[in-house]
Design a protein around this ligand. Structure first.
Ligand code: SF4
Length: 493
């Protein structure tokens, strides 16, 4: 991981592998109940959700009244093989399983923090997997530790496990419901017991979670693209504050906490979700195209071609091209085969390293005035490098168009966006950023334009990273930590 000040005179490399200049996906969860191919289906679904986390993957399955699980560091393809899937009950008619892919937003990156977690308590065995963040995890953890709980991980998920275990005298569904009512933040959870699967979504619906149907079976996933992969059909999104219980008697819905306003993370549309997923009934690719069209209407420019930063900005770039009448071209080629283990280049190889991940199509960009569409600017390093790549390839002008507003505040709900001190737009205006990234012009979509383009109203989305108004009260210690840089020293304007 390379960290570099956006204003550093040394251009430095684009962080090839673990790009800290972009918001990073959180986690993906999946659950299935009632299909004898449960383990294989979960395995496939995790491939579909891989974009949400590449650090670790895991599956838990209930077999013969007990829960087996396997987790490992790396991509789904690295963590599972035929033997492991068989051991989990792959061809043994196991009908219920949950799965998880992880990118760490809280907790360290190590195997102990991989999910699903499995616990054995007075209520029996329980496995759980989590996407999101509890803003009061620190507080809850302290209280639990004072009461004698011993933690083995640094995960919020383990806090939930301990809360459930402490209510072990209650039926497990009640214990889960009561525990979740204490949890503040943005989260989507799946649980597995030897007899049931459960799924829950935070009271503001910040993190997405959908219910699908596969024949007689029920499936739950962070994104609907997982349903397409396994041949399931979308039923509905889980409601905010809803706890679903699926077992042999069917599916039951209950409310574990009075729902607040629905505030789905708008960044799912902008960047995180796969273009073939639907959120609230709107396809993500279509939403990104609308953002691009609006960008073209609000910020036109005379240019020869439009290109997008692959992969997440291609839909918005095609929308910009359509609305502006300027042809869309594939100006940048992304290398998809750079694995997590790529060794960062030494100083003398840095210039070459830049071209490893992204390479401009020289014959296309040479001598051209280019509209470069990107979904966001977080630290500014990536934008600066891409603009410079295009210029080095002979582009005459590079006009940067961002399909979201300036990213000014950190996320507390499961997205790793760095501390506020590392967000370039927190302390610099667009003109300064334009100069730093070296673009001929830089324009951001306004907050109102973004919301109008996606549809629905302002109060339907979490837009906290743009306006700093969080839908959940953030404990003072947490917000102070996120204001400060990694060194702990507050930034000065
Ligand atoms: S703060 Fe931003 S990234 Fe985080 S949940 Fe809200 S909209 Fe999404």
């Amino acid at each position: 991981m390379i960290r570099r000040c956006p204003e550093s005179p040394d251009k430095g490399p684009i962080p090839i592998d673990n790009d800290v200049s972009r918001p990073r996906e959180q986690c993906g969860v999946f659950a299935v109940y009632g299909d004898p191919r449960a383990v294989e289906l979960t395995h496939y679904a995790l491939y579909a959700l891989q974009h949400r986390g590449q650090e670790s993957a895991g599956i838990a399955a209930s077999k013969d009244g007990a829960i087996r699980f396997h987790r490992g560091m790396g991509l789904v393809s690295e963590v599972f093989d035929r033997h492991i899937l068989e051991d989990l009950g792959g061809s043994a008619g196991v009908t219920a399983a949950i799965g998880h892919v992880r990118y760490s937003t809280t907790g360290d990156t190590n195997l102990a923090n991989a999910q699903p977690l499995k616990i054995r308590f007075i209520g029996g065995e329980l496995a759980l997997a989590h996407n999101g963040n509890l803003v009061n995890a620190g507080e809850l953890r302290r209280e639990l530790e004072e009461q004698g709980s011993i933690f083995q991980t640094t995960l919020d998920t383990e806090v939930i496990a301990h809360l459930v275990a402490r209510k072990g005298g209650l039926p497990v569904v009640e214990a889960i419901g009561q525990s979740l009512s204490l949890c503040e933040g943005g989260y989507a959870l799946v649980f597995l017991t030897p007899k049931a699967v459960m799924a829950a979504r935070d009271p503001n619906g910040i993190r997405p979670l959908s219910l699908g149907r596969l024949g007689e079976a029920w499936v739950v996933a962070s994104e609907t693209c997982a349903f397409d992969t396994i041949g399931a059909t979308f039923e509905r999104d889980l409601d905010p504050g809803e706890l679903l219980v699926i077992d042999d008697s069917g599916i039951k819905s209950m409310t574990f906490k009075r729902p607040g306003e629905l505030r789905l993370c708008i960044f799912e549309y902008i960047y995180f979700a796969r273009p073939d997923s639907d959120l609230r009934g709107l396809n993500v690719h279509a939403a990104r195209k609308r953002l691009g069209r609006r960008l073209a209407q609000d910020f036109p420019v005379d240019a020869d071609l439009v290109t997008g930063v692959p992969d997440s900005s291609i839909s918005a770039a095609s929308g910009y091209a359509e609305a502006s009448g300027i042809p869309y071209e594939m100006g940048l080629i992304k290398n998809r085969y750079i694995g997590r283990t790529f060794i960062q280049p030494k100083q003398e190889m840095r210039d070459l390293g830049v071209h490893l991940k992204l390479n401009p199509l020289r014959s296309l960009v040479r001598g051209k005035r280019i509209v470069l569409v990107d979904d966001s600017i977080v630290r500014g390093t990536t934008s600066r490098h891409i603009v410079s790549l295009l210029r080095d390839a002979g582009a005459k002008e590079v006009h940067l168009r961002i399909s979201s507003p300036p990213y000014r505040y950190p996320c507390h709900f499961g997205i790793d966006t760095r501390a506020r001190s590392e967000l370039i737009a927190a302390f610099k205006d667009p003109e300064e950023i334009e100069r730093i990234v070296g673009a001929d012009s830089l324009r951001y979509l306004s907050l109102d334009a973004m919301i109008e383009a996606v549809g629905c109203g302002r109060r339907d989305f979490c837009v906290s990273c743009f306006d700093g108004n969080y839908p959940v009260k953030i404990p003072e210690g947490v917000s102070k930590r996120m204001f400060e840089g990694p060194s702990g020293s507050p930034i000065t304007r």
